[in-house]
Each structure stands twice: as structure tokens, then as C-alpha cells.
Design a protein around this ligand. Sequence first.
Ligand code: ADP
Ligand code: ADP
Length: 225
Amino acid sequence: MVEVKLENIVKTFGETVALKGIDLHIKHGELFTLLGPSGCGKSTTLRIIAGLDFPDKGRIFFDDQEVTYLSSSERGAVLVFQNYALWPHMTVYDNIAYGLKIKKLPKDEIEKKVRWALQLVKLEGFEDRYPTQLSGGQQQRVAIARAIVVEPKLLLLDEPLSNLDAKLRLEMRSEIRRIQRELGITVLYVTHDQEEAMAISDRIAVMNVGTVEQVGTPREIYEKP
Ligand code: ADP
Ligand code: ADP
């Protein structure tokens, strides 16, 4: 669990100013959502926090440590992409175990952790399937299990439900909420869907073309639109 602070983050891509000096404070153990239309800078913010990209200006802190120029692996944050990016040639088990194998954990410890993650996302019994043998919702669960099995300090979810149908979206919404509460993990969530943000978040930052316009609880945001 970690607290994240962004101070005056500026990011440009050629002529495009994607982030115009944003400040954010994400508290320990909260589910914090970046909400805004396509192109407003949500993914860029996520990538910069994950350490997959670096700002032109500004500073990033995880708790009291400055991480602005640390690599992704040094930060202990894990990003789950919109398309899940599961490895098609690997089983569910191997997809989830991959990050632990890289860390060279002993085999029995890997197995214990994978079982724990499978149970958390309710996919026991699916370990020998391949991603194409799973429904969209199940693939989503594998992606989440793969992210949390390495026990990240921060979980970053980029439009995680956008490829699911309406019924599954609702189901996975409450699943993500349940998992977040069970682990007490800090989650940064990205969506362009206002209703989804209202339903899932502890707090929301409303973004618009490279700026943060409002930060508050769903109720606070709703009452002063
Ligand atoms: P969102 O996630 O809210 O849709 P993004 O963070 O993806 O927004 O994009 C913010 C702005 O930065 C957009 O204008 C987008 O076109 C631009 N942008 C993002 N990534 C790149 C890139 N790698 N190269 C050029 N422009 C980019
Ligand atoms: P969900 O309601 O979670 O979206 P589906 O209705 O897609 O699930 O699938 C119902 C059951 O069929 C699940 O147990 C799932 O694992 C299984 N299933 C779905 N797609 C496939 C597939 N391509 N091959 C084998 N089993 C599948």
C-alpha cells in the first residue's frame, strides 16, 4: 500500500502538451479514479506513475520517496492494460506465475501464491486453460491475478472493463471493489465512463485536456458538476 503524489507534472509529445502541470494526491489504500474524455491525458498520467514513461517536468513521490526517474520495476507498481495482454501460448497458471518465475522464487512458493491469486479472482479450476478458452470476464480476472500475485504497492487499471459487455462490466466492477478492499491495496483506475467512476471510486479526479479540473468523492463531484 502506498501514497502517491504528483507535483506539477508536465508531459509533451512534440507539439502536443498532454499534461499541463498536474498535481494529484492519492491516499493509502484508496481507489482513486482519473475520469475524462478521450485524449485528456489519463493514460499518459498512468504510464508516468508506472514508470513506463517520464515527465518533462515535475516530481513523483511514493510515500516519502521520490520516484520520478526510477524504473518501473524499482517502483513496485503494476499496470493492467485495457486489452489485458495475456500471453496466448501460456496457460492461466503460467500467465499468473510468470512474474514470480522472473523473480526466481522457489517452485512451491510460486504455486502457493498462484493458488492464492486464483482463489482471490475466483478462477480455481481454470489453471490449465489457455486465454482463448476463457470468456472476456475470465481473461480480465487472469490479468488482475497476474498483477496482484507479485503483491504490488500500487495497482494501475487502464479502462479495465471497456472490452466487456454491460452485464459483465457490472459484475467486474464489484469484483474489483471487493479485491481492492480485501487486499487494502491502493488502486489508480482510469475510465471515460462517468457512471462507472461514480460507482467504483473512493475519490475521482476529473481531467480535461491536460489538466485536473476537480478532485473529490463521487458525492462531491456529483453535487457540483
Ligand atoms: P487519454 O488516456 O485520456 O485518452 P492520453 O494520455 O492517451 O489520453 O493522450 C493525451 C494526449 O497526448 C492526446 O492528445 C494524445 O494524442 C497525446 N499522446 C499520447 N501518447 C502519445 C504519443 N506516444 N505520441 C504522441 N502523442 C501522444
Ligand atoms: P461468462 O458468463 O463468465 O462470460 P461465458 O458465458 O462466456 O462466461 O462462458 C460460460 C462457461 O463456458 C465458462 O465456464 C467458460 O469457462 C466456458 N467457456 C467460455 N468460452 C469457452 C471456450 N472458448 N472454450 C471453452 N470453454 C469456454
